[in-house]
Ligand binder design. Structure first.
Ligand code: NOJ
Length: 538
């Protein structure tokens, strides 16, 4: 093991902060532009750290900031030990990590083990070295099928629609579950395993408190890469071999008191919770909750299943309403179909933003009161809607690979509005930002909302402050309380009660001594209006 980096020295190894943390996701390219070139960067984040501290979050998860050609928003990493020059330098990342820590904010970095960029030295060397070379063994190179090898080696579907294999000039094909610019690594190879353990160490030694593991359920592939039966994903998703990989990662993380967070799209809750056994990952994103529609029975079922499957492995649950891959919450909750499904995303879906916003406010109080840790995606605290991106400005490969049917994920990745009256809403750019901001976003700007007591920003600030200081929040037990149909009511420790009204009529509040916070005004009779939540103290 290399000598510990000085920044690492102040990481608390015994603290289990992650069991209850509120974690803010920063998509660097769209957070704040420090050098005016149209894209967000580390200088922009550093300048806005006081905003994050005031918001009251415990940690920041940064989407990948490494050297990357940006074929998939940085999830095509060319060098894990370098920061992309568009974002800044490694020295700046180190400064950012320690400055954040001084403000009480921990840093979580994003590691992408399933694939690298086609510009990574490993892949370039593999291409140059040719068929049968040891360099090619780090990836999944295969001869094609058909008389002249003109057919792909197997029938696996891509995670992004479109082809899963690309043929190189010497006739071999390589596997990529995402874009051709993201060749999949061969996780049976010891060099691949060693390299990732070294990368974990590299970032823990620079003060990272945790690691988000991208596409964590995909790395292991069935030996021989056989054809899959229709709809059978077991040859490349959630394979048992993964658990050994993450046990080895856990041993590395434990050396540093670091935390591992899995991006696991594994629908079976039993299979999901296996990754959270005490010698594997600490937590994983709860996408079941994210995907559920705005209906009391659906959300309650998700909460119950989540808690039931986390309890036996002793892991805290997580709660996520949106991220850089999915439709923004206020838009989703304002549509006919309030659930989330990648396969169903379409252009111009009718959206009632006032209903969506009311529900998103209630959902914020719900998720912040549930047991475990909670994630919020930049701009969620501003109530940003999903933006319509003009066709000629779309970057996301998901749009192009869908044949233009899926609008892609850029609509939730629009540069943040910081100041209502400044050019580009104060994002910091001197030129048109990399994604256009919609007209009429001034009311969403952080400065405008800071001055408005009833804004989404002030709701989040008050809620996060209460959540930090008050008893009953974060990890711990939950008990359902009797409630009218369509109403969710539960108590936590310390007399904390959360009530959410998803019904069409006002709901009586359960017995309480004080109202801590509501997501919208109570009616004249002190009842909770539809699509509204309240925190009470009994
Ligand atoms: C999941 C990431 O969140 C997403 O943005 C990315 O496109 C894929 N993994 C591939 O890395």
């Amino acid at each position: 093991m290399a000598a510990p980096h000085p920044v690492h020295a102040d990481v608390d190894r015994t603290d289990d902060w992650w069991r209850s943390a509120a974690i803010y996701q920063v998509y660097v390219r769209s957070f704040a532009d420090g050098d005016g070139d149209g894209a967000g960067d580390l200088a922009g984040v550093r300048a806005r750290l006081p905003y994050l501290a005031e918001l009251g979050i415990d940690a920041v998860w940064f989407n990948p900031w490494y050297l990357s050609p940006m074929a998939d928003g940085g999830y095509d990493v060319a060098d894990y030990r370098a920061v992309d020059p568009a974002f800044g330098t490694l020295a700046e990342a180190e400064k950012l990590i320690s400055e954040a820590r001084e403000l009480g904010i921990r840093t979580i970095v994003d590691i992408v083990p399933n694939h690298v960029s086609d510009q990574h030295t490993w892949f370039r060397s593999a291409l140059a070295a040719g068929p049968g070379s040891p360099e090619r063994e780090l990836f999944h190179f295969r001869p094609g099928r058909g008389e002249r090898g003109e057919l792909p080696p197997n029938n696996w579907p891509s995670q992004f629609a479109g082809e899963t294999w690309t043929r190189v000039p010497d006739g071999e094909w390589y596997l990529h579950l995402f874009t051709p610019e993201q060749p999949d690594l061969n996780w049976d190879h010891p060099v691949v395993r060693q390299e990732h353990e070294d990368v974990l160490r590299f970032w823990f030694e620079r003060g990272a408190a945790g690691v988000r593991i991208d596409s964590a359920a995909l790395c292991a592939k069935a030996p021989g890469l056989p054809d899959a039966d229709e709809d059978d994903t077991t040859l490349y998703v959630d394979r048992d071999e993964l658990h050994d990989i993450y046990r080895a990662w856990r041993a590395v993380a434990d050396e540093y008191g670091g935390v591992l967070i899995g991006e696991l799209w594994v629908p079976d809750p039993d299979r999901f919770s296996r990754y959270l056994r005490s010698d594997e990952l600490h937590t994983a994103f709860n996408f079941d909750f994210l995907a559920r529609p705005w209906e009391a029975a659906e959300l309650r079922a998700s909460i119950d299943t989540t808690l039931a499957f986390h309890a036996p492995v002793g892991a805290p649950a997580t709660w996520v309403l949106c991220n850089h891959d999915v439709t923004r919450t206020v838009s989703r909750y304002g549509r006919d179909d309030t659930g989330f499904d990648f396969a169903k995303k379409r252009f111009a879906t009718p959206t009632d933003l006032s209903t969506g916003t009311r529900r998103a406010r209630a959902a914020a109080l719900l998720s912040l009161a549930l047991p475990g840790s909670v994630y919020l995606f930049q701009g969620e605290e501003l109530g940003l809607p999903e933006a319509d991106i003009p066709l000629d400005r779309i970057h996301d490969p998901m749009h192009f690979r869908s044949g233009g049917v899926d609008p892609g994920r850029d609509g939730c990745r629009v540069p943040l509005p910081w100041a209502a009256d400044a050019p580009y809403y104060g994002f910091g750019s001197a030129v048109d930002p990399w994604l256009p901001q919609p007209e009429g976003w001034a009311p969403y700007a952080a400065d405008q909302q800071a001055a408005d007591h009833g804004s989404m920003l002030n709701l989040y600030r008050r809620a996060l402050r209460l959540r930090r200081a008050g008893p009953g929040f974060g990890d711990g037990p939950l008990r359902w309380l009797p409630a009218a149909p369509g109403v969710l009511a539960f108590s936590r420790g310390g007399g904390l009660i959360c009530v959410v009204n998803l019904a069409e009529d006002p709901a009586e509040l359960p017995g309480h001594t004080s109202v801590l916070l509501t997501s919208g005004a109570l009616d004249d009779e002190g009842r909770l209006q539809p699509d509204t939540a309240a925190w009470l103290r009994a």
